[in-house]
Design a protein around this ligand. Structure first.
Ligand code: PXG
Length: 292
C-alpha cells in the first residue's frame, strides 16, 4: 500500500513526497528530526517529542513552520491517513531550499514532512538473550562543537560508529565522549544497574535527552529505585550488575556482553525484565489518541 506523507501543507502520496536537491537538509544535514512510536491507537509521549523537536530547532535558529498545536494535528492526521494504530513516525524539519552555499539566509522557507509507517521490530532474541555490544573508536561529537542533545539531521558521527558495529557483527556500540566518559550508543541511551541503584550518563557529557530514558527514570522512581546521572568510564560498565539500553525503536533492551566481558551473570537482568514489563503496560495504556 502506498503511504500518505505529510509534506509542507498537506498529505501527498509517497511517490509525490519529494524534496529539492537544493534543500539544505540534503546538502548540509541542516535540519532537525524526531522519531516517535504509536502503540494501540495512541501516540506515546507525543508532547515530549514535539517539545524536543522545537528545542532542537530553536538551538539551530530554525523556525518550525507550524505551531505545536498544528504539528500535533498534522501528525495525528498523517497517522489516520495511513490507518496506523501501531507504528513509527518520522518528523523532519529542514532549512529548506537554498543555493550551493552554507548561508541559511538563502533558504526562504523550511521544509517539513511527516512519515507514518509500520515499524521494523528488533528481533525477539535481542530481548530474550540480550545484546552483545562493543565500544566504538569513533568518539561522540563534543558538545562544544555540535551538541548531541540537538537531534539534528547530521547523524554522520553516529553512522561512523554504526559502521564499526556492523563490521564487528553486533547490533549496537558504546560511544565515549572525547575525554573517555561513556556517552550513549549510536541510537540509544545507556543505563547500568549498580547494587541498589541505577546510573546513566548526564546529558552534559554529550548525548540525546532520550524520551525513553526519561520514561525509564520515572518508572524506576515509582519502583522506589534511585537513578543517579553521573559520569563513568568503561570500567564501571564492565563491572555493572546489569546493563540495558533505551530508545524509541529499541524500547528497553538488555545488554549481556561489552567488548567480550560478560555483564553480571551474562544474562538479561531481573530489573531490566521488570522495567520492560512496566514499559509495555505504559505504552499500551497511555498516549495521545489517534482516533476519537
Ligand atoms: N541517542 C541517540 C543518538 C538517538 O538517536 C536515542 C538516544 C534514544 O532517544 P529516544 O527519545 O528515542 O528514547 C536516540 C533515538 C532508529 C531510531 O530507527 C533511532 C532512534 C529513535 C527512533 C528510531 O534507529 N534513536
Amino acid at each position: 500500500m502506498s503511504l500518505m506523507v505529510y509534506l509542507n501543507d498537506g498529505l501527498v502520496p509517497e511517490d509525490e513526497a519529494k524534496v529539492s536537491v537544493f534543500d539544505h537538509g540534503v546538502l548540509y544535514g541542516d535540519g532537525v528530526f524526531e522519531g516517535i512510536r504509536a502503540y494501540n491507537g495512541r501516540i506515546f509521549r507525543l508532547e515530549q517529542h514535539l517539545e524536543r523537536l522545537y528545542d532542537s530547532a530553536r538551538a539551530i535558529m530554525l523556525s518550525v513552520p507550524l505551531t505545536i498545536e498544528e504539528l500535533t494535528e498534522a501528525t495525528l492526521e498523517t497517522c489516520r491517513a495511513n490507518e496506523l494504530t501501531d507504528g513509527y513516525m518520522r518528523l523532519v524539519v529542514t532549512r529548506g531550499r537554498g543555493d550551493l552555499g552554507l548561508d541559511p539566509r538563502k533558504c526562504q522557507e523550511p521544509t517539513i514532512f511527516i512519515i507514518a509507517d509500520s515499524i521494523k521490530f528488533y528481533p525477539q532474541e535481542y530481548y530474550d538473550n540480550g545484546l552483545e555490544v562493543i565500544t566504538c573508536t569513533t568518539r561522540r561529537n563534543s558538545p562544544d562543537a555540535l551538541d548531541p542533545a540537538i537531534k539534528s539531521l547530521n547523524y554522520l558521527n553516529n553512522i561512523l560508529a554504526k559502521i564499526e558495529t556492523v563490521r564487528a557483527g553486533v547490533p549496537e556500540g558504546i560511544m565515549l565522549s572525547s575525554d573517555g566518559y561513556v556517552a550513549e550508543c549510536t541510537g540509544d541511551n545507556i543505563f547500568l544497574v549498580r547494587d541498589d541503584h541505577v546510573i546513566t550518563p548526564p546529558i552534559s557529557v554529550g548525548n540525546l535527552r532520550g524520551i525513553t530514558r526519561q520514561v525509564v527514570m520515572e518508572l524506576l522512581a515509582e519502583m522506589g529505585i534511585e537513578t543517579h546521572e553521573e559520569l563513568f568510564r568503561l570500567l564501571e560498565v564492565y563491572n555493572a550488575n546489569e546493563m540495558f539500553l533505551t530508545g524509541t525503536a529499541a524500547e528497553i533492551v538488555p545488554v549481556v556482553t561489552v567488548d567480550g566481558r560478560s555483564i553480571g551473570d551474562g544474562r538479561p537482568g531481573p530489573l531490566t525484565g521488570k522495567l520492560r514489563q512496566r514499559f509495555h503496560e505504559l505504552t499500551q495504556s497511555e498516549g495521545t489518541p489517534i482516533y476519537d
